[in-house]
Design a protein around this ligand. Structure first.
Ligand SMILES: C[S@@+](CC[C@H](N)C(=O)[O-])C[C@H]1O[C@@H](n2cnc3c(N)ncnc32)[C@H](O)[C@@H]1O
Length: 317
């Protein structure tokens, strides 16, 4: 019998929890996404990201899809126009309200698209069947990453596609430079790749560069958008953001556009290509994830002691 490798025993969950505890970018609850929904809706229709991702999706042999964290439907709706059936899931009622309106506008018939207000942490078994393709684009719950990866895997009959941020910041490099304070990175896609590897799931990784951003009516909206990412801003930081906003290009309708580059990691795996022995070893991680404690974004981050250097002796049972 093959011994489990040292890598398979690495406490990635603990490392990820430490990373998240110090990150300047907190997780958002459904109410925060509700407030964001109206702003994301027009933006997504113009985004180059959705078209580029849809072009990359391999839909050969796929008739049904589950879109987890579907937002306002920028992926679920085009998929529902191509596939037999799509289930769109999100915990934000406002996102789903926009999605329903967008689906009606795109003439998607209800038999091709079902919508469920569910969170990653909810019990899906009572509501959903596995689909040929499980897709989660930019909506993974890093608070319980391993369990969510397993859940996604369980709800896919053929393939999974998971899109995660590659890189530790959701702020543009100019805003980062401008703020001039230490911003602690957000947990990266590499945790998912490593956890999947530990679970015997072999994922392919490719990258997608896109330009993200929004259009703002006024400087208050722009400052609020930076605040949404990293919490409270000092008065001098707000002043710097005002100065940056004044230099941004103005659209013919008077609004101001701000965009910056993003790099997305696309993780794809086939259900058939799983090392079942390794997968079974992690079965203990199944079950309902614990509720995530609310984070106080206004409190300064507390830095943990540096992660101890990996030593094979200390990590072996
Ligand atoms: C950045 S948007 C992504 C929307 C779409 N998938 C895309 O790529 O454009 C993130 C979406 O995930 C949803 N979301 C975030 N955390 C979630 C959770 N724990 N359970 C369900 N939905 C969640 C939000 O409500 C939001 O609609």
């Amino acid at each position: 019998m093959l011994e489990p490798s040292l890598f398979s025993q690495l406490d990635l969950d603990g490392l990820l929890a430490r990373e998240r505890a110090t990150s300047s970018f907190g997780a958002r609850g459904a109410a925060a996404w509700d407030r964001r929904a109206a702003r994301r809706n027009p933006r997504e229709r113009d985004s180059s990201y959705s078209a580029a991702l849809l072009e990359r999706l391999d839909l050969k042999g796929i008739s049904t899809a589950l879109d987890i964290g579907c937002g306002t439907g920028n992926l679920a709706i085009p998929l529902a126009l191509r596939l037999q059936h799509v289930v769109a899931l999100d915990f934000s009622s406002e996102m789903l309200r926009h999605l329903r309106n967008n689906a009606t506008a795109a003439a998607v018939s209800p038999e091709h698209l079902a919508v469920h207000q569910l969170a990653w942490a909810d019990d899906w078994e009572a509501h959903l069947q596995p689909a040929d393709l499980a897709l989660c684009s930019r909506a993974m719950d890093f608070g319980d990453l391993r369990r969510c990866l397993r859940k996604m895997h369980r709800f896919a009959r053929q393939r999974c596609v998971l899109v995660l941020h590659a890189g530790g910041s959701y702020l543009g490099p100019d805003v980062l430079r401008l703020l001039g304070r230490t911003v602690h990175p957000r947990a990266d896609y590499i945790y998912a790749v490593a956890m999947l590897h530990q679970m015997g799931i072999r994922c392919g990784v490719s990258f997608l560069a896109s330009t993200g951003g929004m259009v703002y009516d006024d400087v208050g909206e722009f400052v609020e958008s930076v605040h949404w990412r990293i919490g409270d801003l000092a008065p001098e930081e707000v002043a710097k953001l005002h100065a940056l906003f004044a230099r941004l290009p103005r659209l013919p309708d008077g609004r101001v556009a701000y965009s910056h580059p993003f790099c997305w990691a696309i993780l794809e795996w086939s259900i058939a290509d799983t090392d079942l022995e390794a997968y079974a070893r992690f079965a203990a991680f199944d079950g309902p994830p614990p509720p995530e404690p609310a984070r106080d974004l206004t409190a300064p981050p507390t830095l943990p002691a540096p992660y101890p250097p990996f030593s094979p002796e200390s990590s072996l049972p």
